[in-house]
Ligand binder design. Structure first.
Ligand SMILES: NC(=O)C1=CN([C@@H]2O[C@H](COP(=O)(O)OP(=O)(O)OC[C@H]3O[C@@H](n4cnc5c(N)ncnc54)[C@H](O)[C@@H]3O)[C@@H](O)[C@H]2O)C=CC1
Ligand SMILES: O=C(CO)COP(=O)(O)O
Length: 387
């Protein structure tokens, strides 16, 4: 069967699934939304997925769901992306070299994008997420799960995505299950259909499993966990470690230094996650060391690239001017220098002894320390027991 034939088959399945979706929506109206969602996600007929964000990762998620035959609607603000996807089956701005399945469409109309949707996938930079989620929230049908793929800490509030979602999506009295996807998953490699393994976290394991089933394919393997705190902390903090690793590489410090830095960075990340109630098992898994390795050593990483260019002597403003994609670690590093000492109820200087990597990146990004001074500071830390 060719790819086009497969798309036609999926479109036919979508049409036959329409009555079922209407039934599910009626069930939602009768306040049995929780059961209706469970039923919908388990059925083999094809549901509607709304992806918020037409950047690299939103495009990649659209492809994964589209390849499974779901009706994917991308909600984007740029009209060129809407027409590019609807007319040419390509996102003209991000990963344009890859075609999208025919069942992927795009719109800038929030109401249309979220009408009768069965799952919302959020793929926007963390710093704009609160504003966008607050706007779209009234249009998300009651009981529909929201799967976040964003990784970082909000600068203004020092909050993770799970907190931003709790504050924007679940406050209107219509509880919607919140789930979080993370792990080593470069958007470009997903578009290339290269094998990828991720983890989905949700307080209710059953919901995580249902979404995992919807996404799983021979090239996309999905694990599940209930430890959304561990997944969220790792997803945010690994980006800071990646900037540090890139910097060490740009400075030509050698593999001993980079491996040491990444390992100790993972230790700091695990200790923060455990402090907040995350599990060390999660931190040694896909969303923890898995994603940290990818981002620290993978040439496609935007965070590692920012660090590499800093290590080569460029200034942050010059680097950001020449990059159209988000490097979440830049904002997250800034948030962490204020947030981490405050949750530990201590000063920056005292916290620095326990978390020297997580807390040294922001002063370098801000130009208060040079990368060389940052590295000297790390090496001058007093010897401690390895933890
Ligand atoms: N690209 C990747 O390989 C992966 C990215 N992620 C995460 O996914 C999230 C999104 O990243 P990418 O898609 O890669 O970013 P990107 O930089 O490729 O795209 C960001 C998108 O957000 C849109 N946007 C920015 N501000 C907006 C606003 N105020 N309103 C509406 N849209 C707005 C931009 O127009 C763009 O389409 C990040 O948190 C990232 O860490 C997670 C896994 C992999
Ligand atoms: O999180 C990612 C892959 O899992 C992407 O990392 P970068 O944002 O550094 O490219």
């Amino acid at each position: 069967m060719t790819f086009c034939e497969l798309c036609k088959l999926h479109q036919a399945q979508w049409k036959t699934g329409y009555r079922l979706r209407s039934y599910v929506n009626q069930r939602r109206d009768t306040k049995k939304a929780g059961h209706a969602v469970v039923f919908m996600l388990q059925t083999p007929s094809k549901a509607k997925i709304t992806v918020i964000g037409g950047g690299s990762f939103g495009t990649a998620m659209s492809k994964v769901f589209g390849m499974k035959g779901y009706q994917v609607c991308l909600l984007v603000r740029d009209p060129n992306i809407v027409s590019g996807i609807n007319n040419d089956r390509r996102n003209p701005k991000y990963l344009r070299e890859f075609a999208l399945p025919e069942c992927v469409t795009a719109t800038s109309n929030t109401e249309l994008a979220l009408e009768r949707t069965d799952l919302v996938v959020h793929a926007l930079p963390v710093q704009v997420s609160r504003e966008v989620l607050a706007k779209v929230s009234p249009f998300i049908p009651s009981g529909v799960p929201v799967l976040s793929t964003s990784k970082g800490l909000e600068v203004a509030s020092h909050k993770f995505m799970f907190e931003i979602l709790q504050e924007t999506i679940s406050t209107d009295g219509n509880r919607r299950p919140l789930a979080f996807l993370s792990g080593p998953s470069f958007a470009k490699e997903i578009m290339q259909e290269l094998p990828t393994a991720v983890v989905i976290a949700c307080e209710k394991l059953e919901t995580a499993k249902q979404i995992a089933n919807m996404l799983s394919s021979p090239t996309f393997k999905v694990f599940t966990t209930t430890d959304y705190i561990g997944v969220e902390v790792a997803g945010a903090l690994k980006n800071i470690i990646a900037i540090a690793a890139g910097m060490a590489e740009g400075m030509g410090l050698g593999m001993n230094a980079i491996a040491g830095l990444v390992t100790r960075g993972c230790s700091e990340m695990r200790r923060v996650a455990e402090y907040l109630g995350g599990s060390p098992v999660t931190l040694s898994g896909l969303s923890g060391v898995g994603d940290t390795f990818l981002t620290c050593f993978g040439p496609l990483s935007r965070n590692r690239t920012v660090g590499y260019r800093l290590g080569k002597g460029e200034r942050l403003d010059e680097i950001l001017k020449t990059s159209q994609e988000v490097a979440e670690g830049v904002a997250t590093a800034k948030a962490v220098v204020e947030w981490l000492p405050s949750i530990l109820n201590t000063t920056y200087t005292r916290a620095l002894v326990r978390f020297p990597i997580l807390l040294s990146v922001a002063p370098i990004l801000e130009g208060k320390l040079t990368p060389e001074e940052g590295m000297q500071q790390l090496m001058a830390m007093p010897p401690t027991v390895e933890d």
